[in-house]
Design a protein around this ligand. Structure first.
Ligand code: ADP
Ligand code: MG
Length: 293
């Protein structure tokens, strides 16, 4: 990879201003909280998500150790690694489900202002535009495909907005656009429960898109999919990158090979290797712990 070691903060960045503070309402909606980032350094220029020296321990067992990882805006990043490497724990830390014992995760805006995520609750992180798709699809089986996206859209906009019929046409356009992106336009009126497993996965990605995420975290998207569905999913994820920053956790090496630009290999809670698929799959350390299995 062309990037310098992401652990090193470039010296010229160290004196950089942390930017204006971001004030947020807390859960009660009463107190104002200052989420300004202390002046400990800044992410590299094109960064969108900066995972800075994270450690997570469960009863003394270290699931993640001094993990540093920077995702650039709009990139498609694949994270691979053997079972227990810490992939899901990393997702949990990014989304606010698990608090790290050490380190920080920052969301970096276009103007390079950094928002500290690791003190926030899960719903606050989600509201900032970080969407996560779990392995099992969780669609509303009894509702149509269209209604599933509509419900997701409504959950973002709140009840108040849906009272205005003027917004309906705009909303319908948005839902149709999303159905087009995830390839379900032909299934618009079908009950979600009747979709194939792969189609349900795409519907759930569509429901995430309705929330306008800037970052999409996708955990094992092709598990249980047919070959054809896998190929469509590869196209879908590649199409989402650019507009969104996409992180894919997956075991299937052929799939990773078909979509990967930059691959990060985790092993025992650390970054074992990072770079192009070619570089990573020829790395002796990687072959030893993962590919050679
Ligand atoms: P992966 O997703 O790469 O398979 P995980 O992040 O799920 O790995 O797990 C990393 C390690 O942390 C594993 O050894 C797992 O057993 C352990 N671990 C994960 N979550 C917990 C938890 N809540 N309590 C105790 N140990 C956990
Ligand atoms: Mg996992």
């Amino acid at each position: 990879m062309a990037m310098s070691n992401p652990i090193q903060t470039p010296p010229e960045e160290l004196s950089g201003s942390p930017g204006e503070p971001t004030h947020e309402l807390d859960e009660s909606g009463l107190a104002l909280r200052d989420t300004r980032v202390p002046a400990v350094g800044m992410a590299r220029p094109r960064a969108h998500l900066w995972i800075d020296n994270i450690s997570v321990a469960f009863d003394g067992f270290k699931a993640l150790t001094d993990l540093t990882l920077t995702l650039d805006k709009g990139e498609l990043r694949c994270i691979i690694g053997p079972n227990g490497a810490g992939k899901t724990t990393l997702m949990d830390v990014i989304t606010g489900k698990t608090r790290p014992n050490q380190g920080a995760v920052y969301l970096v805006r276009e103007d390079r202002e950094q928002t500290l995520l690791t003190t926030m609750a899960e719903h606050e992180v989600a509201q900032l535009g970080i969407g996560r798709k779990f392995q099992r699809p969780t669609v509303f089986q009894g509702h149509s495909v269209f209604e599933n996206i509509e419900l997701s859209l409504a959950s973002k906009r709140g009840v108040f907005h849906s009272l205005f019929s003027l917004l309906r046409a705009e909303q319908r356009d948005k839902i149709d656009e999303i159905l087009g992106i995830v390839g379900l336009s032909q299934r618009r009126e079908m009950r979600a429960g009747l979709l194939s497993h792969g189609e349900k996965q795409w519907l759930e990605i569509g429901m995430l898109l309705a929330l306008d995420p800037s970052i999409l975290l996708v955990d094992e998207p092709i598990a249980g999919m047919t070959h054809q569905e896998t190929e469509k999913t590869a196209e879908l994820l590649q199409g989402l990158a650019g507009k969104h920053t996409v992180v894919v956790v997956e075991h299937d090496m052929d799939f990773i090979r078909s979509i990967a630009k930059t691959v990060t290999v985790l092993h025992q809670g650390r970054v074992l290797a990072e770079g192009s698929m070619d570089k990573v799959q020829n790395d002796p350390k990687v072959i030893e712990v993962y590919l050679g299995e």
